[in-house]
Ligand binder design. Structure first.
Ligand code: MG
Ligand code: MG
Length: 260
């Protein structure tokens, strides 16, 4: 069953999503060569908790971090570590926050320092695929409509679409029904209605779509070790479209802005 959220739930989901958007904006200031992924994790946790939220992924299914941080050929579910970011790395931050029992979930990919043109394009194109997927959303659309729109952009640029990992419903748990694959056929799959909340999250690879899991039992990598990008928003389905709950155009409090 895909839950239709009431106004009270939607307001809590909006607040959780806002904190996720703010956290991305906050953390972005620290993404520079030399910082460790563990330090980014620590800063994100501190920020999320300062906003009256908890980290959705901390301990989820036993995950040993507060947010997921994946670098270059790592697709998703990277564990924060002492690994230091280097100039030209692609770092993916997947951030979840829980406000009064309701979650927001958004992943974004960033270039550390100066990126290679092919990596910059990979990021632009994966974000384009996310926005194309979102554009397919309205009352009465199907998950296949969304997946088809994402896949169309990926195919246009000859990028590999990771199929084993998918978007999902979001609410009083971070992962709920339905699955929202990044591939599919128009008019197929579960129908979405006004009041449903889902995360759409394309993971696109420069090379093969195939993936494997590292021995840490968490980190998913591309089979050919080529780079991968991940972009995700949590959205509310509305009568005519969608509302992004994890918006990125949110304003940080002046006290949250780190001075050089
Ligand atoms: Mg996520
Ligand atoms: Mg997600």
């Amino acid at each position: 069953m895909i839950v239709v959220r009431n106004e009270d739930e939607i307001n809590k989901l909006r607040e959780a999503g806002k904190v996720v958007g703010l956290c991305h904006k906050y953390i972005q200031q620290f993404i520079k060569p030399g910082i460790s992924t563990k330090e980014l994790d620590r800063l994100a946790k501190k920020f999320i908790e300062s906003k009256g939220c908890t980290c959705s992924f901390e301990g989820l299914y036993g995950f040993p971090g507060s947010i997921c941080i994946s670098v270059n050929n790592e697709v998703v579910h990277g564990i924060p570590s002492h690994r230091k970011l280097r100039n030209g790395d692609i770092v993916k931050l997947d951030i979840g926050a829980c406000y009064q029992g309701y979650h927001g979930d958004s992943a974004w990919s960033y270039i550390v320092g100066e990126g290679k043109p092919r990596d910059i394009k990979l990021l632009e194109r994966t974000e384009e695929s996310l926005m194309a997927g979102l554009a397919a959303i309205h009352d009465g659309c199907t998950t296949g409509d969304i997946g088809h729109a994402v896949e169309k952009v990926a195919h246009k640029y000859n990028l590999g679409v990771v199929k084993e990992l998918v978007g999902h419903g979001v609410g009083d748990k971070v992962h709920l029904e339905p699955d929202v694959p990044n591939y599919g056929h128009e008019h197929k799959g579960p129908v979405l209605h006004t009041g449903n909340v889902i995360a759409v999250e394309p993971m696109l690879n420069l090379g093969t779509a195939d993936i494997y899991m590292l021995d840490d039992d968490w980190t998913i990598c591309t089979d050919d070790d080529e780079n991968s990008a991940h972009f995700e928003h949590t959205v509310l389905v509305t009568d005519n479209g969608y509302e992004i709950l994890t918006r990125r155009d949110v304003e940080l409090d002046p006290e949250d802005i780190v001075k050089e």
